[in-house]
Design a protein around this ligand. Sequence first.
Ligand code: FAD
Length: 434
Amino acid sequence: MKKPKKPRGIAKYTEGCILCGERCRVACPTDAIEMSETGEPIIVAAKCIGCQKCVKVCPAEAIEMYYTPEEYALLRQFQEAGLDKPVETAEAGSEWKNVWVFVEQSEGKAHVVSWELLGAGRKLADDLGVELCAFLMGHKVGHLVEEAFAYGAERVYLIDDPQLSHYRTRPYLQGGVTLIQKYKPEIVLMGATGLGRDLAGALATELKTGLTADCTGLSISPADRLLEQTRPAFGGNIMATILTEKARPQMASVRPYVMPKPEKSKDISGEVIQESLTLSEGDLLTKIIELIPMDSEGNVNVAAANIIVSGGRGMLAAENFKMLQELADLLGGVVGSSRGAVDAGWMPRSRQVGQTGKTVKPKLYIACGISGAIQHLVGMQNSDNIIAINKDKHAPIFEVAHLGIVGDVFEVIPAFIEKIKERKSQVRQLAVAE
Ligand code: FAD
């Protein structure tokens, strides 16, 4: 019999808004909340999905859920049938042990985030006094086991199967669930890449546990040994530390280039535990016919660049980004941008740096005409060297800059370009003279 669907209702503003700063609007995942001229929420019923996020964040309890009489009747039936009870989760306990990192690979090449997470996982495992392990799935990926050991894993759980040659949710999910349910890691870390986001969400749902996506900090609480998962919240205005108190494993994802990559050790010893898939190809609905690289914008991967020259709304027009491209070419870097410039249509979304764009950690980040909103800063503030050029000396970007230039980008950048060309030609002349 088909399971009845629990009514979700819609949110309604009652009264008593205390003008807290639009928390309800920011929390709404469907942009269903607009603010009136007096600053109170107007909830567009057609867009509300009944997620209750606005209800939960409202400090004045001014938003309530509304159900039709039919929905109320159905809700009562749910309660009476006991269908309202929370799903059962695997409870925390001593059988859940060790820190696991998912080694993401594509065509036998590991994604760098896997090694960065082994670096972060090492500290967590040491603080807990447990082992750091990796889990790896794919086909003919045995060579990555040694690499995982070199980056700090003490044990690798491996499933090598032809069905895992290319990523598909179903077989990877089955493999991951099999390993986690059998060996019970207390912490599972995964990269917040396209693949990682898909698999982490599916795993957490299947294992009925929590997942904190896009963490920027991970640590162990000394008091209760819980994983403290820190990430930006409320549109990046605050940093929230999230705990998964009861369910296991505690799952977190981290974007590439947020955590430093550890040194590769020459010690490649460790234990390998091999498991197998119980699915056959006939059980799978999806077939991979062809792999087409996604990057259609000149193969630029901002997240992996060592030098980024980024432009914001202060660049005033799309054509002015040519100047940034020239500077980036001279430095051997790439051009990035703020969301302001992307929203203006001057740069493609793939170049956006920040909370809803890419997280970057280049050796040099040059911010040109970017104010430094928190949502931009969370994506670039870990860069090794930051140079900011802004004509407003109070711009927040200067708070994270190692070198700040209060000036007009249209004067400073051409001067930079000229100086670099001059230096390059001097170097060439010296080389010829020698
Ligand atoms: P502005 O804030 O308009 O700043 C332009 C700057 O240029 C000003 O500081 C000005 O002084 C300077 N300027 C102007 N002319 C010149 C000149 N001639 N020379 C030098 N300086 C000049 N933003 C992101 O960047 N990335 C994100 O991922 C992101 N995600 C977001 C997610 C959410 C949920 C929300 C709510 C917002 C997000 N934003 C993001 C938007 C963010 O809040 C800012 O609106 C955005 O970063 C502003 O872009 P900007 O700095 O280019 O523009």
